[in-house]
Design a protein around this ligand. Structure first.
Ligand code: AMP
Ligand code: ZN
Length: 142
């Protein structure tokens, strides 16, 4: 797609530090290196976000993740864990609108990466949770 920075990376028009590539995905180091080894995995097909995947593309792309994750876990002795993050929409911190999956090796609590999950469980009765679940289930397709 024109003017897509990640399509240009796939085409080799913009340089990238590639760690894995096949007919479905390209995986390269994120320029920001939130932690050492921070990697992006992108489908070669231009899809904006998770909402544009079909089942087959999702199966093909996500099937590649464990291989790359295992290489990241082994590449340095102090890699202790890995966050896998996929942002969808500007409100969810997506800034490049060609879908990508972040693989962020973790070295410790003070390694520069942080994520917060608020605990709002006190605000949710079982009935409220059941209503939310039903509303979501009503929208499941295929
Ligand atoms: P997101 O905010 O989830 O859309 O993530 C986009 C990511 O793309 C950011 O972490 C950027 O550092 C990264 N990025 C942007 N341009 C490049 C580039 N030319 N090469 C590698 N990573 C990039
Ligand atoms: Zn693209």
């Amino acid at each position: 797609m024109d003017n897509c920075i990640f399509c240009k990376i796939i085409a080799g028009e913009i340089p990238s530090t590639v760690i894995y590539e096949d007919e479905v995905v390209k995986a390269f180091l994120d320029i920001s290196q939130v932690t050492p080894g921070h990697t992006l995995v992108i489908p070669k097909k231009h899809v904006k976000d998770i909402f544009e995947y079909d089942t087959q593309l999702a199966a093909d792309v996500f099937a590649r993740i464990p291989k790359i994750a295992k290489a990241l876990k082994k590449f340095a002795p102090d890699v202790a864990g890995l966050n896998i993050i996929n942002n969808n929409g500007a409100v969810a911190y997506q800034s490049v609108f060609h879908s990508h999956i972040h693989l962020v090796p973790r070295y410790g609590k003070e390694d520069g990466f942080a994520m917060t999950f608020a605990d709002n469980s006190a605000d949710y009765t079982p009935e409220k949770l059941a209503n939310i679940a039903q509303s979501i289930k009503n929208n499941l397709e295929d």
